[in-house]
Design a protein around this ligand. Structure first.
Ligand code: ADP
Ligand code: MG
Length: 483
């Protein structure tokens, strides 16, 4: 996206740092539970509370999740990585440091292919992925004078995934977040729940004249919705253009996005790595991974969104766009496959899922897990279309009843007498009646007004309650009107 300033065009440059909470039963370096919603401080081990002399022990399950995610990003897995202490003071960080990875992260360079509205895909480089601990939570609204600390989250494993500065518009940043969320959900390495904060991002934004080197960036902290990421970037880029065009300079700083006002505000000047006095944690040995184990993890990966999309295009002959819509959520893709398997026309199945089912779910404010129509039931409806029991037109009505009642299509068709009339005798009788009742129109038609044909079809359909087989109506009507 190009911003047209007073003095000419500007290009936006974006790099995203995503924090993804690892799906695991226990924390990164302790056995305390990570379950959501427990009483404050009910899930805190001595390690998490930083009692003197307590030693961290790495959780193998968290390491496996990070490796899976790295493989999903087609990234280099580093067989040796190192945990460092990142020193800073926060009341909810009892140790006075966070165990993180700095110079030697567990995952190196990779990439993520993002899907744009134009139907194109763009490859965005991944710089690294490292493992680190989350901090606790300070609670300010329980007491007028006091702040409470809840350490349940302290020590929970996070993956920080850092992109290269290769995105060029808010749209691309939004597509990146959507794809990252889909990927970690497919992998089962993060639940991707942005409202609960298990997936959040810092957006780094700068602007430059097209073709020039990178400008100074600002970092927008801790944004937890895709819409807000896009809004914050757009606002921030326009702010920077204004500052620069007025002859000012951009100060590298950390800013906060105020979603109520739609603006970004300075929070602090940018801290530098040396401020944190990083050093290797002397309580932890370097993490050494076995190459064979990495290959086992690779072999255990599920089919990921890009591969699934390609397969839907080749196996079911879907357009890349429709395939992209269906694979965006794993549950939607699974639903579609149940509907499509064994149907004559998988494209019709895709249409029904995308248009009718998603439309109905939208209206009901439900997701696919609580769909009133199951995949098997929708497949049953499509069978009735494919074996000419009902027309596509009547099928929409039947679907409406299915959504309302949760019953099977076949039962609804029988009960309401919606079976298609394929008996040519009955259709001929209906046609004869329409022709007899509309002598004037028949004369016009025979006189050359071909456009009236549709009107006749409509009349016949109406007189049969929409149940006549449309192909048979067309054929017989053409013959009879020819006289
Ligand atoms: P830090 O550790 O200080 O946050 P990094 O070098 O790790 O810095 O970069 C953090 C993020 O900033 C990365 O996602 C990177 O792509 C992005 N980034 C770096 N330079 C720029 C820039 N000039 N404009 C926009 N984003 C940038
Ligand atoms: Mg950073």
């Amino acid at each position: 996206m190009i911003i047209e300033g007073k003095t000419g065009p500007w290009e936006i440059v974006i790099g995203l740092e995503v924090h993804a909470q690892v799906v695991s039963n226990a924390k990164l370096f302790s056995g305390a539970s990570t379950a959501f919603g427990a009483e404050p401080n009910a899930q805190v081990s001595f390690v998490d509370a930083a009692f003197p002399g307590m030693l961290p022990v790495i959780n193998r399950a968290c390491v496996e999740q990070a490796v899976k995610t790295g493989l999903g990003l087609s990234a280099t897995i580093n067989e040796v990585s190192v945990f460092d202490r990142k020193n800073y003071f926060y009341p909810d960080l009892p140790a006075g440091y966070q165990i993180s990875q700095y110079k030697q992260p567990i995952v190196g360079e990779g990439h993520l292919d993002i899907d744009l509205a134009s139907g194109e895909t763009k490859r965005v480089g991944i710089e690294r992925l490292h493992l680190e601990q989350d901090a606790g939570k300070s609670i300010h609204d329980q007491h007028p004078q006091k702040t409470y600390i809840d350490l349940n989250r302290a020590g929970v494993a996070l993956m920080e995934i850092v992109s290269k500065p290769e995105m060029r518009s808010p749209e691309e940043a939004g597509a990146y977040m959507r794809k990252m969320r889909a990927l970690v959900r497919y992998l089962g390495t993060c639940d991707g729940n942005m409202e609960e904060g298990s997936l959040r991002c810092d957006a780094n934004v700068s602007v430059r004249r097209p073709g020039e080197g990178l400008g100074t960036r600002c970092e927008l902290k801790n944004i937890n919705s895709i819409r807000f990421v896009m809004q914050a970037i757009e606002y921030e880029a326009r702010r920077q253009v204004e500052v620069l065009e007025d002859g000012g300079t951009i100060r590298q700083e950390t800013r906060l996005f105020d979603s109520a006002k739609g603006v970004t505000r300075p929070m602090r000047s940018k801290e530098h790595a040396h401020d944190y006095r990083y050093f290797p944690d002397p309580d932890l040995l370097p993490l050494v991974l076995d190459r064979k184990w990495i290959e086992e993890v690779r072999a255990s990966l599920p089919e990921l969104p890009d591969a699934k999309k390609a397969r839907f295009v080749s196996d079911y002959k879907l357009t890349p766009y429709d395939a992209g819509v269906l694979v965006a959520e794993k549950e939607n893709a699974e639903f579609f496959e149940v509907v499509a398997r064994g149907r004559k026309d998988p494209k019709l199945a895709a249409n029904w899922v995308i248009v009718e089912l998603f439309g109905a779910l939208n209206r009901l404010g439900r997701d696919i897990a609580s769909s009133p129509v199951s995949a098997r039931q929708l497949a049953g409806l499509l069978d009735l279309i494919e074996n000419d029991t009902i027309s596509g037109r009547i099928a929409k009505d039947v679907f409406g009843f299915m959504v309302e009642t949760g019953r099977d299509a076949a039962a609804i068709v029988e009960e309401r007498g919606l079976r298609q009339v394929t008996d040519t005798g009955a259709i001929e009788a209906a046609i004869d009646k329409v022709i007899a009742d509309s002598a004037a129109k028949v004369a016009e038609y025979r006189g050359g007004k071909q456009a009236l044909f549709g009107w006749f079809v409509g009349q016949v359909m109406k007189s049969t309650g929409g149940k006549a087989n449309p192909a048979a109506v067309n054929e017989l009507l053409r013959k009879k009107l020819a006289g």
